[in-house]
Design a protein around this ligand. Structure first.
Ligand SMILES: [Zn+2]
Length: 232
């Protein structure tokens, strides 16, 4: 008989062999590992999210399982532009300091709402803030912060803060008519860049003193880092 601790751990993160002929069984909210003919994947389901992401390529033996593709679906559809524009406006009001906010998803209303986070300590270069209060049916879906006048990028502090499962967004250049942003899906410490309407303008980003081939190499490195583990 299995140790009850192992039963609990495996119930929290089961391994499913992907069916070759039938559909993938539904799952409740949580996380499971999918063993497929074309690789090992993780599937995460929350009230607002259903995603399958590849963790590794096909194992080096033929497996009698089906194949599966990565997918990413938000219950709320696409990023809600009006709420994010409200956050941008709050970020501008907060200049020169950073501002933090969140889009909270309600299972009951199936909607997102914007909250601005109360700052504990704030400056133009960092912000420590309280996690907003939420009702029992609510979860934090999109974590937002600004870099004020600075460019958007993922700092080591951002990387350390981005745990669990959420979408993270950072806005910068808020003094410009069109601010710039980065968005990423965070799944247990792994990051996947997400497309959005405030793409970083690489012409603005480029430092004019850099010799072009060096700049190209840096951009290539950056691209590889951004798209490395997720786009296999
Ligand atoms: Zn940051």
């Amino acid at each position: 008989m299995m140790d009850v601790r192992d039963l609990a751990l495996q119930a929290a993160c089961p391994v499913i062999a992907v069916p070759r002929f039938g559909p993938l069984p539904d799952m409740a909210n949580g996380q499971r590992i999918l063993l497929a003919a074309n690789g090992v994947f993780v599937q995460v389901k929350l009230d607002w999210l259903d995603c399958i992401q590849r963790l590794s390529p096909a194992l080096p033996i033929p497996l009698p399982y089906g194949g599966i593709e990565e997918r990413l679906a938000f219950t709320f559809g696409v990023l809600p532009i009006p709420l994010i524009e409200d956050f941008i406006a709050a970020g501008r009001r907060g200049l020169p300091n950073e501002v933090a906010g969140a889009l909270i998803y309600s299972r009951r209303s199936r909607n997102l709402r914007l909250v601005l986070c109360e700052a504990i300590a704030v400056s133009p270069h960092q912000i420590d803030y309280r996690v907003p209060a939420m009702d029992a049916d609510e979860t934090l879906a999109v974590d937002l912060h600004t870099h004020g006048y600075g460019r958007p990028f993922w700092s080591s502090t951002d990387d350390g803060d981005d745990q669990g499962i959420k979408v993270a967004g950072v806005f910068g250049c808020l003094h410009q008519p069109k601010p710039q942003a980065l968005f990423r899906l965070v799944v247990n410490g792994r990051f996947r860049p997400l497309p959005h309407p405030w793409q970083v303008n690489t012409v603005y980003d480029a430092a004019p003193d850099l010799e072009p081939s060096l700049l190209r190499r840096i951009l290539n490195l950056y691209q590889e880092r951004r798209f490395g583990p997720w786009n296999t």
